[in-house]
Ligand binder design. Structure first.
Ligand SMILES: Cc1cc2nc3c(=O)[nH]c(=O)nc-3n(C[C@H](O)[C@H](O)[C@H](O)COP(=O)(O)O)c2cc1C
Length: 481
């Protein structure tokens, strides 16, 4: 009996997230994205079906050429309008008990001091069920929304992310000692002054004095997801991620990506089991294979090619979109790189082109069949090293209700899906302990700022914990130009 796969519901607080065109179907309720009940009822459906988490994607701007017209995004409802998932998660937290709640936030869209506080607050509100999908942001328009002239260079974005997480780790793991929050009414001491520390972070982009304002939450550091499959993305995941979200074109390529990232994690002093890999997959289930194929054809009837092409637009170094028939081998983009890299390894019988990215998004990673056939395919992904699936929907709530009612029972029968939740915070459910393990880079900040640290490091030590260069002025640095 194999260990259960983990299942997350991959959603976004918008009408058209990934499967563009499906919002026009009569059974599509994702158009009611502004109504909090849409998401509360979905969260309760997912919890009843013992999903591990509800995973919210998010962006900070429009896709595509930021100087071109953006009509297609509005016509398609393609991630605009969209609401802020960090706000929505608090409502979902009070209407659920075990369901993990993951939000995506890139390094440009919030200052790390503010973001760290939001995550700690949500972790308190949810009793330790918050996860963060760490992304660098890949949109020109998204960068311009925060005062940047253009999207920061790809490698530089990951360097930015390194400092960003460093600040958050210091706040979450190092600023408050375990037992600092006393609330001793007798002695009139609310917190132990010796147990709450300033972090005095001074880095290339950020200067953050601290202390962290929230007291430690159940997980302190939210469970860390990461989505980015380029070489820089894999290296970042190997150092920081607990769960990696992949969109591999095939189990064979997923196995390669997983093996590479786990090997990099070992080089970074971690263990292969410290990372779990979640493959993005959509499902079309039928009582018979014919019925499932007919339903898949029905989905295809609603597919918006314009939507997929617009979502998969690839920009050149000047921010201009490559024409769809441009060979991927000629693409040199500062945006998302991993998708094209892996697709070029997948399509070997001809020269893959930009439009293939849209086709890949629309067709591959789609599992069609009876519950038994779907379970068979999931066994194949599992054998490739995948630990979980981010379930991509066609319609809300229908796709998740169908998966829960028809597929999960078969998976449970095979021991491939959990029938009950484990107790405790999200990280405890997935890894057996609520806190990051000692091998994770964030752990090095435990006790790093306290008197004990000062005592061991001698006078003035507190001022030098972490990089000491003057922060550069600009986005979210808190140090205005
Ligand atoms: C399955 C998956 C989900 C993603 N979700 C988001 C998201 O919600 N917001 C976002 O800005 N980027 C998202 N990304 C994009 C990644 O953050 C990243 O920009 C992209 O994978 C390119 O990274 P790379 O150049 O390192 O490959 C996602 C990527 C994958 C693979």
């Amino acid at each position: 009996m194999s260990t259960p796969l983990h299942f997350n519901a991959f959603v976004m607080n918008t009408t058209s997230h990934i499967q563009h065109g499906q919002w026009r179907r009569p059974d599509a309720q994702q158009t009611a994205f502004n109504d909090v009940r849409t998401w509360i009822e979905l969260a309760q459906l997912l919890e009843a079906a013992k999903f591990d988490a509800m995973f919210f994607a998010d962006v900070s701007g429009l896709y595509g050429d930021a100087d071109a017209d953006y009509d297609v995004y509005l016509r398609e409802g393609l991630q605009i309008p969209s609401n802020d998932p960090t706000v929505l998660l608090s409502a979902l937290a009070v209407h659920t008990e075990h369901l993990g709640l993951a939000t995506t936030s890139n390094v440009v869209q919030a200052h790390p001091f503010t973001f760290a506080r939001q995550m700690s607050t949500l972790d308190h509100v949810s009793g330790g069920r918050i996860a963060w999908n760490v992304v660098t942001g890949m949109q020109e328009n998204g960068a311009r929304n925060f005062g940047l002239p253009r999207l920061t260079d790809h490698a530089e974005r990951y360097r930015w992310a390194e400092e960003y997480v460093d600040v958050t780790y210091k706040l979450w793991e190092g600023s408050w000692d375990e037992d600092a929050l006393l609330q001793d009414r007798e002695r009139g001491v609310h917190a132990d002054p010796g147990g709450v520390h300033k972090i005095h972070h001074r880095g290339e982009r950020y200067a953050v004095e601290g202390p962290h304002l929230p007291s430690p939450s159940p997980q302190r550091t939210p469970l860390l997801f990461q989505a980015g499959s380029s070489a820089s993305g894999r290296a970042f995941a190997a150092r920081h991620a607990e769960a990696v979200f992949i969109a591999s074109p095939s189990p064979a390529l997923a196995a390669q990506q997983i093996a590479q990232t786990r090997a990099l994690a070992q080089q970074a002093g971690r263990e292969p089991g410290d990372l779990k890999f979640f493959q993005g997959l959509s499902f079309v289930v039928g009582a018979t294979e014919e019925e499932a194929r007919a339903k898949a054809a029905e989905h295809d009837r609603w597919v918006s090619v314009d939507g997929y092409l617009a979502h998969s637009a690839v920009l050149d170094r000047t921010g201009r979109a490559y024409p769809p028939q441009t060979p991927l081998s000629q693409v040199d983009t500062n945006g998302a790189r991993g998708f094209a890299e892996w697709l070029s390894r997948h399509i070997t019988d001809r020269e893959p082109v930009v439009a293939d990215l849209a086709a890949q998004r629309a067709t591959s990673q789609r599992v069609v069949g009876t519950p038994e056939q779907i379970a068979d395919q999931l066994e194949v992904w599992r054998a490739a090293g995948v630990d979980g699936v981010n379930v991509v929907n066609w319609v809300i709530p229908g796709s998740f209700a169908e998966f829960a009612d028809q597929v999960l029972p078969e998976l449970r029968r095979r021991g491939l899906a959990q029938a009950e939740y484990r107790e405790g915070p999200l990280r405890q459910k997935l890894f057996g302990s609520p806190r990051l393990n000692e091998r994770h880079p964030a752990a090095r900040y435990r006790g790093a700022f306290g008197p004990r640290a000062r005592r061991t490091a001698g006078p003035g030590a507190e001022r030098t914990a972490g990089p000491t260069t003057e922060p550069t002025a600009g986005v979210g640095t808190g140090v205005s130009g």
